[in-house]
Design a protein around this ligand. Structure first.
Ligand SMILES: *Cc1c(COP(=O)(O)O)cnc(C)c1O
Length: 382
């Protein structure tokens, strides 16, 4: 049975909240905030825990920031363009849509938050997989949105039938990460189209944070937005464009969906993107050649690392992302993560049912991958 999670998320409130103040609103008392991967302030650490890109961004990004700053930084006196029109135009050109079909925000986390508020908050509970990006239930808690966690299949695949013609009727909305996180598994476009068609009165959000690492062929659902006015596709510049530090994400969909996001954005923060972010993100989107080479480099490293870990006895899920999700049948994942940490390598370990024996390992530089594989070989030998 699909567990039903009413509003607010009572399951989490069983943990006594020791940090508390009489000044806190009831909303704050009830929150279960997202816990991001660690950003340690230690030098010489091999950081494979938050799926950042191993290479710097396009050199054009740096040139654009320098040009915007000028000699004396005077442009920073002025507010940025609240519509980030320059960036929207570049994204629209890149994906053959109109600027009215593009929304931009301060990282895709902000774009997703606005989508939850603007498009997914309805009477019916929304649907997403039991194992997926752990920010989704956090937004549900923040905005008071009920959800059903739909179990992934035993092989961690999403079964599209679970999202089509469910016995509960059309859901309030659906959100899927594709490729899914932290599994890295890719759902074919035909399945996404089927889900969108089966739920014409619900918005289906596809979070494509990792889609650029899916490799050969076109896997993005963006072209489907032309046929399905209920489909919203969300991208980030944090992973494939190597700009996690810049905080830029965007969404593409029918202009009516974009208007809804704009209404929330303009009720929250008129200037989510600063002047440097607008010009830098535009430069990154326009440098297609650099981008494709950088993605290819990660995909090639992923293939080599997968082969190497498989040879060490790991079971590695097929990944379409810039990370792999792997378990060793004879070794506890928490202990492996701790042993790596002692060797100054950090990977992500989720203490969550079904996946507590897995490690999520970001594809770093070729040297990082070599060091990681060597360390694991060493640890397993002991
Ligand atoms: C990293 C990630 C995001 C957030 O990206 P930002 O643009 O850095 O906020 C969104 N969704 C998924 C699935 C991610 O892994």
């Amino acid at each position: 049975m699909i567990p039903f999670c009413p509003v607010p998320n009572r399951a989490k409130i069983l943990i006594p909240n020791l940090m508390n103040s009489r000044f806190w609103s009831q909303v704050v008392r009830d929150l279960t905030p997202y816990v991001p991967g660690e950003q340690p302030k230690i030098a010489h650490l091999i950081k494979l825990n938050t799926n950042e890109h191993p290479s710097p961004p396009s050199p054009r990004v740096l040139a654009a920031i320098r040009a915007e700053l000028g000699d004396d930084g005077a442009p920073l006196r002025l507010y940025p363009d609240p519509d980030a029109s320059l960036l929207k135009a570049a994204i629209a050109r890149r994906y053959s849509v109109t600027p009215q079909q593009v929304f931009v925000g301060n990282g895709s986390d902000e774009v997703l938050a606005h989508a939850f508020m603007a498009l997914l908050k309805h009477e019916q509970p929304i649907l997403f997989p039991d194992i997926t990006y752990s920010f989704y239930p956090v937004y549900c808690g923040l905005y008071g949105i009920a959800h059903r966690a739909v179990p992934l299949a035993a092989d961690f695949a999403i079964n599209p039938d679970d999202y089509c013609h469910t016995p509960h009727g059309q859901p309030g909305g659906i959100i899927l990460a594709n490729p899914n996180a932290p599994t890295g598994r890719l759902l074919p476009l035909a399945a996404i189209e089927r889900i969108a068609a089966a739920n014409p009165d619900a918005v289906v959000v596809i979070d494509e944070a990792y889609i650029d690492f899916a490799g050969e062929g076109s896997h993005s659902a963006i072209p489907l937005t032309a046929r399905h006015d209920n489909l919203l596709v969300v991208h980030t510049l944090s992973k494939s464009r190597a700009l996690a530090g810049l905080r830029v994400g965007y969404a593409i969909g029918h202009a009516d969906l974009i208007t809804a996001l704009d209404r929330v954005k303009n009720s929250f923060n008129s200037y989510p993107l600063d002047r440097l972010a607008i010009v830098a993100a535009t430069a990154a989107i326009e440098d297609q050649a650099y981008f494709q080479a950088a993605c290819q480099q990660v995909i090639a490293s992923r293939q080599r690392l997968t082969a190497r870990l498989t040879a060490l006895g790991f079971e590695v899920l097929p990944s379409a992302a810039n990370f792999i999700f792997a378990r060793h049948p004879k070794r506890d994942a928490g202990q492996l993560a701790a042993a790596l940490r002692q060797r100054n390598i950090i990977v992500r370990h989720f203490k969550q049912a079904r996946i507590e024996q897995y490690l999520r390992i970001t594809i770093g530089s070729e040297a990082d991958c070599q060091t990681l594989a060597g360390a694991l070989q060493d640890i397993l030998g002991n």
